[in-house]
Design a protein around this ligand. Structure first.
Ligand SMILES: *Cc1c(COP(=O)(O)O)cnc(C)c1O
Length: 466
C-alpha cells in the first residue's frame, strides 16, 4: 500500500507511467501551493490518463466490430459530473449518457451534441421527456408507463430522437447488492423474465415502428465480465426476435450499457476494455457483424484510475495503541468508502510534507477524515508508512464517484479539482476544473439570504390567520 507498491512491480508501461505521473502531480500540487495549510484537500485529475482510457475504449471496440459499424461510446455523466471532464471526453470522441435534467444540462454545457447524448433514468418527468424529444436526444423508456408518455408526445409531434426500451435481462447480481442492476427484482427497466414481459416488449415494438433501439445495463462494480456478456447476449437475442417478427430490421442499435468493474487493489488496469470486447465477441458474435449499431455507457472505468484525492494530515495521534492520522479527506469525498468500507476499500498512499512519497516501514494505522462521527475513516488498520503531522494522504483511484460527488456532512467545503499534465521533463501544469467551495457559498446555499424565513415571515403569515 505504500507508494513503492504503486510505482514498482510488474505493471505494464501505461499503468506504471500513470502511477509516476500521479506522484509528480502530488509533489507539484504542494510545491505550487494548490495544496497547503489553507487548502488542505484537493482532487487531481490526470488529463493524459483520461485521454488514454478513452482511446483504449475506442480501440477495443474498433478491433472487434465490422468496419463501418456506428459505435457511440456515451460516458455515464453520473461518474464524473464535471463540465471540463465531459468536454475532454467529447474531444476524445466520447458522448454522454445522462440521467437527470442536471446531467443533461452539464452535457450540453460541455458542448456534447444531441446526437451523441443518451437519456436513461428510471424517473423521467413529462417535461424531461418533452425536452429530450424536442432536442433529438436518444431516450430509453424504462417501463410501460413511460412508453405511454412517449406515445403521447410522439402523437403531438414526431421526433428525430432514437427511441428504445430498457430491459432487465435478470441474469443475476454481482458482489455488491446496491449496484447490481440485473437482479430479478431490480428497479430498472422491464423485467424480461417476468411472466408476459417478453411478449409485451415484442408487441410494444411491433406496434411502434419508431422504436429502433434496445437497451440493457447489466454491469457494474462487482459484476463478472461473463455475467455482463450474458446480459448483452439476452438483449441481442431479444432484438433478433423482434426483428424476425417485424419482418424487417426494426431494432437497428443495441445499447449495451456500461459497468466495467475497476481494480481498486493496485495500479493495474484490469479488466481492460480490450478483454471485455473480446469476451463479448466470443459470447455474442452477432453483436459485432455490422447489422447493429452499438451504444456503450461506461462511467467508472473511464475515470476512476485518473483521479486522486490528496489531503493534509492535520494531526497525528494515537488511541488505544493505534496511530491515527486525522486528515481532511473523509466522508465528504469518499462517501461510499466511509459508509460501506467492505465493499469500497480505497488504496491510500503516504506522501511527506513536500508531497514526496514516504518510505516504509509500514505501520498499521487508521486514516481518518475530518467529519464528526467515529466511522469517518478512509482506511482502518491499514499498513503504510507512518503518517505524521503535515504529511499528505492520498486516496487513489477516486476519479469516479468520489471527489466529484460531494456529500455536505458537517458543511465541509467541496474541494477544488485540478486537471494536470506533465510539462517538460520535471514540471506539471494544472488547470482548475472546479474551484473550492467558499464558506460564503456554503452559507448562501444553506438559505443565507432567507435568514428570517421561518421567524418573521411565518409570524406575519400566522398573524394574517387570526
Ligand atoms: C451508472 C450507469 C452507467 C455507468 O456505470 P459504470 O459502472 O459507472 O460504468 C451506465 N448506464 C446506466 C444506465 C447507468 O445507470
Amino acid at each position: 500500500m505504500s507508494d513503492s507498491a504503486s510505482t514498482s512491480g510488474d505493471l505494464d508501461g501505461t499503468d506504471a507511467e500513470r502511477a509516476a505521473r500521479r506522484d509528480r502531480a502530488v509533489r507539484a500540487a504542494v510545491g505550487q501551493g494548490l495544496l497547503g495549510p489553507d487548502a488542505p484537500i484537493v482532487g487531481l485529475l490526470d488529463v493524459t490518463g483520461i485521454r488514454e482510457s478513452a482511446a483504449a475504449l475506442r480501440a477495443a471496440f474498433e478491433a472487434v466490430t465490422a468496419p463501418g459499424t456506428p459505435v457511440l461510446h456515451a460516458f455515464a455523466v453520473k461518474a464524473s459530473p464535471l463540465v471540463p471532464v465531459l468536454r475532454l471526453l467529447h474531444e476524445e470522441g466520447i458522448g454522454a449518457e445522462v440521467a437527470s435534467p442536471g446531467e443533461l444540462a452539464l452535457a450540453r454545457a460541455a458542448g456534447v451534441p444531441a446526437e451523441r447524448t443518451v437519456l436513461d433514468s428510471p424517473a423521467k418527468t413529462p417535461g424531461e421527456l418533452r425536452e429530450a424529444l424536442a432536442l433529438g436526444i436518444a431516450v430509453n423508456a424504462d417501463n410501460p408507463q413511460e412508453l405511454e408518455r412517449i406515445d403521447g408526445l410522439m402523437a403531438e409531434r414526431a421526433s428525430g430522437s432514437p427511441l428504445g426500451i430498457r430491459v432487465n435481462p435478470q441474469v443475476g447480481g454481482g458482489s455488491i447488492e446496491a449496484l447490481s442492476t440485473a437482479t430479478a427484482t431490480s428497479k430498472f427497466g422491464v423485467a424480461l423474465r417476468d411472466e408476459g414481459a417478453r411478449e409485451w416488449v415484442v408487441r410494444a415494438y411491433l406496434d411502434r415502428p419508431w422504436l429502433t433501439r434496445l437497451h440493457a445495463h447489466t454491469g457494474s462494480q462487482g459484476i463478472p465480465l461473463t455475467l455482463m456478456a450474458e446480459g448483452a447476449a439476452a438483449t441481442y437475442t431479444l432484438a433478433e426476435e423482434i426483428n424476425e417478427r417485424a419482418g424487417r430490421r426494426q431494432v437497428d442499435t443495441l445499447d449495451i450499457g456500461g459497468g466495467l468493474p475497476v481494480n481498486f487493489a493496485s495500479d493495474e488496469t484490469t479488466p481492460t476494455y480490450a478483454e471485455y470486447a473480446r469476451v463479448l465477441r466470443g459470447a455474442v458474435p452477432g453483436l459485432f457483424d455490422g447489422r447493429y449499431g452499438l451504444v456503450t455507457e461506461f462511467g467508472r472505468s473511464l475515470l476512476a484510475k485518473h483521479g486522486t484525492v490528496v489531503a493534509r494530515v492535520e494531526y497525528a495521534k494515537s488511541a488505544g495503541g493505534r496511530p491515527v492520522a486525522v486528515t481532511h479527506a473523509g466522508v465528504q469525498v469518499a462517501t461510499r468508502t466511509v459508509y460501506a468500507p467492505g465493499a469500497w476499500p480505497l488504496r491510500i498512499a503516504a506522501y511527506d510534507g513536500k508531497g514526496v512519497p514516504k518510505a516504509g516501514p509500514d505501520v498499521v494505522q487508521d486514516v481518518a477524515g475530518p467529519a464528526c462521527f467515529a466511522g469517518d475513516l478512509l482506511a482502518a488498520g491499514r499498513a503504510l508508512p507512518l503518517l505524521e503531522q503535515g504529511d499528505h494522504a492520498a486516496a487513489l483511484d477516486t476519479g469516479a464517484y468520489y471527489f466529484a460527488h460531494h456529500y455536505a456532512y458537517n458543511s465541509l467545503a467541496r474541494p477544488g479539482v485540478y486537471g494536470f499534465v506533465a510539462e517538460g521533463s520535471e514540471g506539471v501544469a494544472f488547470a482548475t476544473v472546479r474551484e473550492a467551495q467558499t464558506v460564503e457559498e456554503i452559507v448562501a446555499e444553506a438559505g443565507g439570504e432567507r435568514v428570517t424565513a421561518l421567524t418573521d415571515a411565518m409570524r406575519r403569515a400566522g398573524a394574517g390567520d387570526s
